[in-house]
Design a binder for this molecule. Structure first.
Ligand code: CTP
Length: 400
């Protein structure tokens, strides 16, 4: 198996008897081609020594947050950025509770807070602890924030009981990691994306804009990257940090976004327009702040370029994917948009309702492409992005 070639995996080991299986997991991930670094919590070291993982990985094992020598080798922020995937195996009930509360009281929990990469839990604990509402509640909070959970398995437990709570076997976890990276289905593929919203200035302090947090676009950019793509993300203003291992370009207005897309589009294979671009901009931008000395203020707006339509109309267009935010007749309007703009795919979502949409951590989508459709139900935006990225990759690969 070489499905993890060039993937950097940070293996987090927390306290539990399943720790001994983590050594086998480390070997399996390495044999699949991954590069590994290991972080152990103090409780994990009561079960297995760091020396075991050091000997197997060929690298020092990270155990301390405030150790100058370990920080000198690779400080915790660099380690958090280094990883393509953080796999916590085993993930104990205590560790899940700590990260669910955003605690950073040891190196591993700090890394979970500091990383922008996918964090995956492989829980291992007694069945009663697993089924306890406190643990289930922590799990739900982590899933809603975009964590993934692989397992646990059911069966005989170290404590002599039988039920859910066994860590997945190392081979099964390794297989999950290979599937997560989609066998590199987008290796070498250039993806250009837009995200966030644009701001069209009225005067030096005011603007016309759309509601969009940028969360969906950023999550999708990360999922495309995880499938092996080289991603360039052109983003309007957002509070989100630039994702690791993605070329990030910040713009403000629709015209700037248009210019930046046109500069990069020739070298891209897939173009995904997630941005909520302002369709119009003020025809004149006041040099000074407009004073409120009129009862009625009229703004004249002129059309902005339709970036997605222009890309799709190129002589040799990339594979184009658009988004449609609709308040009613979602599928009808979205499909009309897909045909009119000559898109390969469109992802439609309902806006203006209580659930999902702009600021939410969750969303649901209807995907439409040539004579086919798929509904992706309400789920965390990170999970939704992964499903969408897989479908785009599949359709792109089928089209070449
Ligand atoms: N889009 C774009 N450039 C624009 C406007 C929209 O690239 N100037 C892209 C968006 O990123 C999104 C899709 O087009 O992928 C949205 O389509 P659009 O027709 O603009 O949606 P609406 O503005 O909602 O259209 P309508 O008002 O016709 O419903």
């Amino acid at each position: 198996m070489s499905g993890l070639a060039n993937r950097k995996i940070l293996l987090g080991v927390t306290g539990g008897i399943a720790c001994y299986k983590s050594a086998v997991l480390l070997r399996a991930l390495q044999e699949a081609g991954a590069e590994l670094r290991v972080v152990m919590t103090p409780a994990a070291q009561a079960f297995v020594t760091p020396l075991t993982f050091q000997a197997l990985s060929g690298h020092d094992v990270y155990t301390e947050l405030l150790d100058p020598s370990q920080e000198a080798a690779m400080d915790h922020i660099s380690l958090a950025r280094w990883a393509d995937l953080v796999l916590i195996a085993p993930a104990s009930a205590d560790f899940m509770a700590r990260i669910a509360n955003g605690m950073a009281n040891d190196l591993l929990s700090t890394l979970c807070l500091a990383t922008e990469s996918q964090v995956v839990l492989a829980p291992a604990m007694n069945r009663v602890m697993w089924l306890n509402p406190a643990t289930q509640d922590n799990l739900q909070r982590l899933l809603a924030r975009g964590y993934l959970c692989w397992g646990p398995d059911e069966g005989e437990q170290a404590c002599g009981e039988s039920g859910p709570g066994r860590m997945l076997e190392p081979e099964a976890l390794c297989q999950q990691a290979v599937s997560h990276f989609g066998n590199g289905v987008l290796d070498g593929v250039n993806v250009l994306m837009t995200a966030g919203s644009t701001r069209e200035p009225i005067d030096p302090v005011r603007f016309v804009g759309n509601r969009s947090s940028g969360k969906m676009g950023y999550a999708l950019a990360q999922s495309m990257r995880d499938l092996g793509a080289d991603v360039t993300l052109i983003s309007g203003p957002t509070s989100l940090a630039a994702p690791a291992k993605i070329v990030s370009i910040r713009v403000e207005t629709a015209e700037e976004m248009h210019a930046s897309v046109m500069e990069h589009v020739d070298s891209c294979d897939i173009f995904v327009a997630v941005a909520a671009v302002a369709d119009y901009r003020p025809s004149l931008v006041a040099a000074d702040k407009i004073k409120k000395n009129k009862e009625i203020l009229t703004l004249e707006l002129v059309r902005n370029p339709d970036i997605l339509a222009e890309v799709a109309a190129m002589e040799h267009p990339p594979f184009t994917v658009g988004f449609a935010a609709e308040t009613e007749q979602i599928e009808h309007y979205a499909d009309e948009k897909r045909r009119r703009k000559r898109l390969n795919m469109i992802a439609a979502n309902r806006v203006g309702s209580d659930e999902g949409g702009f600021e939410s951590e969750q969303n649901a989508l209807i995907l439409l492409w040539q004579d086919a459709r798929e509904e992706l139900p309400m789920m965390a935006k990170s999970q939704l992005a992964q499903r969408l990225a897989e479908r785009i990759a599949e359709q792109y690969n089928a089209s070449i």
